[in-house]
Design a protein around this ligand. Structure first.
Ligand SMILES: [Zn+2]
Length: 488
């Protein structure tokens, strides 16, 4: 019954059913019934927040202590700080091309590269230069635009991430716990590109059904089974590094992690199709993988050219896998970055054809055709927008009152704060909350609603979600009891 509701809910042709069933599948109450004390505390904390919000030191203490629910939009490699990549690259004997500060495989010096470990160990300036090159730290907009600085960094440190998924999971879990985040949905290329190889090998066809049959016949499920085994090993390494199950377990052990299969959308049509298919299949095969997303810059030539084709691929496959959750980067664009035509339809098409239940960024929503109608549709269909303030500032230059967060809130569109790439942005979830208060004028009730949304709109299964929401409600009640007393 649930799956047939979900299937109908996502049909672009049946808006009435979509609405009705949307309510049925998202029946989670906004807040569980508060006890009289909790409600008094909540009102007292809201008043205290209004007093401390203009005092940066007190605001920071408050926000560090506040339970923040989940992070629904985090790219695993982008969530890691450059210092960790430097350490791993050194341990793994990688080289660095000194001119571009890009990692290269050994042997060093064939292409002007030097061993990273020795070239950095005695050179603090170069150490700092590498961190700056692999992130937005000390980034100077006058010398290099934020978009390219951001995306080019992945190509520079990427080699250090190879074989380090378990290490990355340990780092982001520990950081999440420090930020009072209890749940992560991490975007990751879970099969290491095996599906893309199959796509390349078999070529493209306009007949999506035939292409799917050929990719499955060529062994897609075997590659995904191998990907599951790799993920088992990565998770075991995460637990070992965090000493989970021991007396000295890191707080990160308690963070629940789920994965979104990420599809690189800047590639050839056959590769993108094979990866989207792998995303649908993997979500069916492994309960830790709860959905998929399309990644890579939306303004790159292939995503711009093939945007509607990608949506058609998802639409076709969605009919075969109607239960699979979908969230899509859309409207991660700014005026002038692409021609006006390119700003007019990505968010709507992602919802109506791509069946997205959540939208990543949605910054360009006001430039879409019938923006008012789209915002009303997002509110009524409960399409959540994953808001990444630091990322939008760094990559798009959109900040303050140019950001549409206030508009989404005014229309009643569900929103949740997310980090996107906290390592590259040199951010963390607490910092995103701080920006929401200081730059967006968000009040305590809205912060609390966004934290709740980040779990209520998670793709985790119903049991996990109910547990996470219960734990969140208990943590918020404790937090409010602490902050309701004037002594603090
Ligand atoms: Zn993203």
């Amino acid at each position: 019954m649930a799956s047939s509701l979900r299937a109908r809910r996502r049909s672009p042709l049946s808006v009435a059913l979509f609405l009705t069933a949307g309510c049925a599948t998202r029946s989670t109450p906004v807040f569980t019934a508060p006890t009289p004390n909790a409600s008094t505390n909540s009102a007292a904390v809201a008043r205290r927040f209004d007093n401390l919000r203009h005092d940066p030191a007190r605001l920071l203490l408050f926000l560090r202590d506040m339970p923040k629910g989940g992070d629904l939009h985090s790219h695993l490699a982008g969530a890691v700080y450059a210092e960790s990549f430097i350490r791993w690259a050194g341990e793994d004997g990688l080289c660095i091309i000194t001119e571009t500060l890009t990692l290269a495989p050994p042997p060093c010096s064939t292409d002007g590269s030097r061993p990273l470990a020795s070239s950095i160990a005695t050179n603090a300036t170069r150490y700092g230069d590498v961190i700056d090159a692999w992130s937005l730290r000390n980034w100077n907009a006058a010398r290099h635009n934020g978009h390219d600085q951001f995306f080019e960094s992945f190509g520079k440190f990427g080699l250090a991430a190879r074989g380090r998924t378990g290490d990355m999971l340990a780092e982001v879990s520990a950081q999440a716990a420090a930020d009072k985040v209890s749940y992560l949905e991490l975007m990751q290329t879970l099969d290491g590109g095996a599906s893309a190889s199959l796509g390349r090998q078999l070529g493209y066809s306009d007949d999506f059904g035939r292409m799917r049959d050929r990719i499955l016949a060529a062994g897609l499920k075997d590659s995904l089974a191998r990907a599951r085994t790799t993920l088992d090993a990565d998770e075991a390494r995460r637990r070992a590094l965090l000493r989970c199950g021991t007396a000295t377990a890191d707080a990160g052990c308690a963070v629940t992690i789920r994965y979104l299969y990420q599809v690189l959308r800047g590639r050839s049509r056959e590769e993108v199709f094979a990866r989207i298919l792998a995303g649908f299949e993997m979500t069916r095969l492994d309960s830790r993988v709860v959905g998929f997303n399309l990644v890579e810059p939306e303004d790159d030539p292939v995503p711009m050219r093939d945007f509607s084709l990608h949506m058609a691929m998802i639409d076709f496959l969605h009919r075969l896998y109607p239960d699979v959750h979908i969230t899509l980067h859309a409207g991660e664009l700014a005026e002038g970055q692409v021609p006006p035509d390119g700003l007019r339809f990505h968010i709507r098409k992602s919802i109506e054809t791509g069946h997205a239940e959540r939208i990543g960024h949605g910054v360009a929503v006001l430039y879409e055709d019938d923006a008012d109608g789209l915002l009303r549709l997002m509110a009524s269909h409960r399409i959540l927008v994953e808001i990444a303030l630091s990322s939008n500032d760094g990559i798009l230059g959109v900040r303050g009152d140019r950001h549409p967060l206030a508009t989404y809130l005014r229309y009643g569109v569900p929103v949740a704060l997310a980090t996107d790439d906290e390592g590259v942005s040199r951010s963390n979830m607490t910092h995103e909350y701080q920006r929401a208060v200081e730059e967006q004028g968000v009040d305590y009730a809205t912060l609390k609603m966004m934290a709740h949304n980040s779990l209520a709109f998670a793709f985790a299964d119903a049991t996990d979600k109910a547990r996470l929401l219960r734990e969140f409600d208990a943590a918020i009640a404790q937090f409010e009891a602490r902050w309701a007393t004037p002594a603090r």
